[in-house]
Every structure is written in C-alpha cells, then in structure tokens.
Design a binder for this molecule. Structure first.
Ligand SMILES: [Zn+2]
Length: 331
C-alpha cells in the first residue's frame, strides 16, 4: 500500500477539515524523485488534495503516502537531510552559523538556560550556537575538532575489510580519538549547559541514511557536542528543561501534538520554528501555518511571535514562536 487516507487532522485529531479551493499541482525536486523511485505517474499525485483544519489551522494532504512509504521517502529517496548537514559544514568549514538571525542572543540574554533540549534533527537549531559560545575558539580549532570527530567515527566502520586493513583502521580510530580528546581537554569550557536531543524515530524524519562521509548525524552530534540522545517513546520520567527547541521538526513526526505537549509540560519555554506553507507541496504530509499561534493561545499557551524581532532576512515564509505553558513570554 503506497497511499493511505488521513481523514482527521494529523495534528489535533479534529474531523473539521475543509478542502482548499486551490489544488494546483506542480512537480518539484522532491516529488520528481519520489515519482521516479516509486514508479508513479502524475495522476497519482493529483489524487492528493490539500485540507485545512478549522481547529488548529494546519494544512494537510489527504490521501497521502502510507507510513511504510514515508520510511522509503525519508530514508532512501532523500535520506540525507541536506539542510541539517549544510548547517554543520557551513559552521565547521566556513565559520557560518545556522541563520536564525539574532534569536540565540535574545534567548540567552533573557533566560537562564542550564538545560536545553531539541528534537530529532541535531543541527537545525541552536546546538551549534551553544557549542560556539562554550568553546569560543577560532576557525582552525573548530575545523580540527570536526575533522577528528568525523575521522574517528568513520574509522570505526570495518565491514568488508581484511585483517590488516582492520588493524590499520583500529590504529586510526585510537589516534583520532586521542587527538579529539586532547583538543576537548585543552579548552576549559565555561558554563557548559546540559544538552539533550530527544528522538522519536518517526518515519516522517531523516534517520538511518542521514549520513555524511558514512557518519550519521546523531552519532556525530553526540561525539562533537557531548549531548545525550534519548528515545521519546521509551521515556518514563519527565525531565525539566529551561528551553526546548523545535526547529523545522514538528511537521516531521506522526505524533506532533504529543511532542509539543511533552515540550510544553517539561520545559519553561518552547521555541517552535517552522515554514508556513499555505500551498502545501505533495512531499509533505502537513504543515503549520501563520494562524497556528491562535490555536496555541486558544489553549491557554502564552505565546510571542518573534519572527519580526530577530533581524533575519527571509527568503521564504518562516515563523518563530516562543511559547510557554507556565510563564508569560514578554521579550
Ligand atoms: Zn487540527
């Protein structure tokens, strides 16, 4: 089964879905790859219609790809999360941080952040900013620490090698890890915060093939940033965070409301960043819209729309909402 029906809102579960008037379909880079790899025709894509939820204002496609097929889309057809990797490479090779305007400075200035958590994709939000703040080193140091991390992890991959090559790789791994730790220990890192990446391994997100030079993004993030990686669905105890970042990941899980509720219940503040896509493309199951903030407010969540306050030049429609269940968010 390639396609399945999504009759209720994938975010809030409401049945109040209104079909959109405009149902124009144009192929893009992603849909062309899906069409090719799954051997589909355009009639298939035209069967998908976009709907708007009256309750939470999310836009979704129905019917859309089944969970089984979405695994193929995010792990095979375009299994590498390009933006995620571009953020890492831009920083460690070119000294450029992910473009969230001056959001990071605003947040650290206004809040005491000791425990920070992000969801699913490790390089989309503020982990790189925290690394830069804590180590506060030049570009040569950053390049070295990145290269040693990457080399260490790739030299731990031994499949298919004969004994002498395995021995060579073993020596490389030890050498790279030693250099990496020497670099880390040389710097007295001040005010280190506790960083966690919660993952839910959704078939709507990049998992097993989100690799660069054969190294997976989560393995690299764990080594490079010393973050804890925790599985959402196995979590028994709640943990309290000061800030929880959802950076373009809330629309890449099949349980978005559960994730947002967890974040709101366990963190003083939650930052939701998303593309507001009224003309939902066919490679996405759903998208949050500009009006999502009204849904949050209706549910007694304190919200502040920071989009216009972070000095960022936008090429596409993007939204930054800071919210909290417990505290007013006046920045
Ligand atoms: Zn809804």
């Amino acid at each position: 089964m390639i396609i399945q029906k999504y009759k209720t809102c994938v975010f809030c579960g409401s049945g109040k879905l209104k079909v959109n008037k405009c149902q124009k379909f144009i192929h893009n880079f992603y849909t062309r790859s899906i069409k090719n790899d799954l051997d589909l025709n355009d009639i298939f894509f035209k069967k998908m219609k976009t709907y708007k939820c009256i309750n939470c204002h999310v836009i979704q496609n129905n019917p859309w790809f089944s969970k089984k097929t979405s695994f193929k889309i995010f792990n095979q057809i375009y299994g590498q999360h390009n933006r995620n990797w571009l953020n890492v490479l831009n920083f460690f090779q070119r000294g450029l941080k992910p473009n969230h305007g001056n959001l990071f400075n605003i947040l650290v200035k206004n809040f005491k952040i000791k425990k920070y958590c992000e969801f699913n994709a490790p390089f989309m939000g503020l982990m790189i900013d925290f690394f830069d703040k804590e180590y506060n080193q030049n570009s040569k140091f950053n390049r070295n620490i990145f290269n040693y991390s990457l080399s260490y992890l790739s030299s731990r991959q031994l499949a298919g090698f004969n004994k002498s090559l395995r021995n060579k790789k073993e020596k490389e791994a030890k050498k790279n890890l030693k250099k990496l730790n020497k670099f880390k220990n040389k710097i007295s890192v001040n005010n280190v915060i506790k960083k966690t990446l919660i993952v839910d391994n959704s078939y709507l997100s990049w998992l097993y093939n989100d690799n660069y030079k054969s190294v997976n993004s989560r393995s690299l993030a764990s080594e490079l940033f010393d973050i804890d990686i925790e599985e959402f669905n196995l979590k028994k105890k709640s943990k309290k965070y000061d800030l929880f970042g959802l950076f373009n990941t809330l629309d890449h899980t099949h349980q978005p409301k559960k994730i947002l509720d967890y974040a709101l219940n366990n963190s003083k503040y939650v930052l939701i960043y998303y593309h507001s896509n009224e003309n939902l493309e066919r490679q996405h199951l759903f998208s949050l819209t500009n009006k999502f903030i009204f849904y949050l407010k209706k549910n007694k969540i304190f919200c502040s729309n920071l989009t216009l306050d972070i000095s960022k030049k936008f090429k596409t429609k993007e939204v930054y909402i800071l919210c909290s269940k417990f505290n007013k968010v006046n920045i």
